[in-house]
Ligand binder design. Structure first.
Ligand code: FAD
Length: 303
């Protein structure tokens, strides 16, 4: 029998960051703010708020981020895309963020207006590529700019090398951090990191972690975004379709395993796609040593 080997983790506490999406209803607004308030004491390096496809959440993203600036001690980042908007329109959004005290933007091209799988058509007067948007942001204000990265390549990219070349352009334009698309096999992330470093890109590449709240939904989304779903993951959720309570426990175990392995293998930052639900993320953070500040101090004193 193989001996149980607990994670070597314990001495190194990672930095964490959290992604939220803007609420669509009053009920969702309440749920979002409960999650934000629960995760805030964990002292994330930043939190980010997504921008709906085609700019559909422009106002809601703005008001959510603004409220975070005004009512919390968090450092929010606003996601922004180039889709279906002229440069003047995008620049207006950027200036409104600057005026609201937002200093961090997650710059993205965005999905094609016709939906995933259709051809991306840049707006004739718009920013054509993410690297152009990054440069635009840097021209307008001294923003911290984060971009996306795809360990399993973006579905539209001809090859992983071409995708890494696109990442390099974004870095050359002024991006200082990347967050990856979610993945489940940590080898995929570390192989990607090796390739990115070999290409001369030295910005932090934060692993994006998705706690699997609903396996079927996550697998569907993964298929569209080009993220692979290992058979072992499907096996772990198999037979639990009608058993939400066990599914949650399994989801916590799977996510904890992934986070601990990332840390054991050198990751210093973890970015969580929270889906506006705090519980699972809070538990994983606790497990990797990220606790509300007084609890961290007490633990250190007792050690
Ligand atoms: P890009 O880096 O712009 O790449 C898109 C494609 O173009 C790739 O195939 C790339 O290789 C190629 N490419 C890029 N630059 C060049 C170039 N100079 N020359 C040749 N080819 C190039 N979508 C939203 O609508 N709202 C969000 O809030 C949002 N948040 C996201 C957050 C993260 C962390 C991630 C990983 C994705 C997010 N997305 C979001 C999804 C994203 O908008 C889509 O994946 C979109 O299809 C690509 O935009 P991008 O900026 O990620 O990719």
């Amino acid at each position: 029998m193989t001996a149980f080997r607990p994670s070597r983790h314990g001495s190194r506490r990672p930095k964490v960051s959290f992604e939220f999406f803007p609420p669509k209803s009053e009920e969702m607004e309440v749920a979002l703010w409960e999650s934000v308030r629960r995760l805030e004491p964990l002292g994330p390096s930043f939190v980010s708020v997504t921008y709906g496809a085609g700019g559909s959440t422009r106002e809601r993203t703005h008001s959510t981020v603004k409220r975070m600036v005004e009512e919390t001690g968090l450092k929010p980042a606003a996601h922004l895309t180039c889709v279906s908007a002229s440069r003047d329109e995008v620049d207006e959004v950027i200036r409104a963020y600057w005026d609201a005290g937002v200093r961090h933007v997650v710059a993205l091209r965005g999905d094609p207006a016709g939906g995933l799988g259709t051809v991306y058509e840049p707006h004739p007067q718009g920013y054509h590529q993410t690297s152009d948007l990054v440069a635009g942001l840097r021209r307008i204000g001294d923003f911290e700019v984060t971009v996306s990265a795809y360990p399993e390549k973006h579905p539209e990219a001809a090859s992983l090398d071409a995708d890494i070349e696109a990442l390099k352009k974004k870095v050359d334009a002024g991006a200082t951090r990347a967050i990856t698309q979610f993945f489940f096999d940590n080898d995929v992330y570390f192989r990607y990191l090796d390739k990115v470093r070999a290409a001369g890109i030295d910005i932090p590449i934060l692993p994006g972690i998705v706690p699997v709240q609903n396996f079927r939904q996550t697998a569907n989304f993964a298929r569209k975004t080009g993220a692979s779903v290992p058979q072992w993951l499907a096996d772990r959720f198999e037979g639990l379709e009608e058993d939400a309570a066990t599914r949650r426990l399994v989801a916590a175990a799977v996510c904890a395993e992934q986070a601990l392995d990332l840390i054991d293998r050198g990751a210093s930052d973890l970015h969580f796609y929270t889906m506006n639900k705090a519980d699972l993320v809070y538990a994983i953070c606790h497990l990797v040593g990220v606790k509300p500040e007084p609890a961290v101090a007490q633990a250190a004193a007792a050690a």
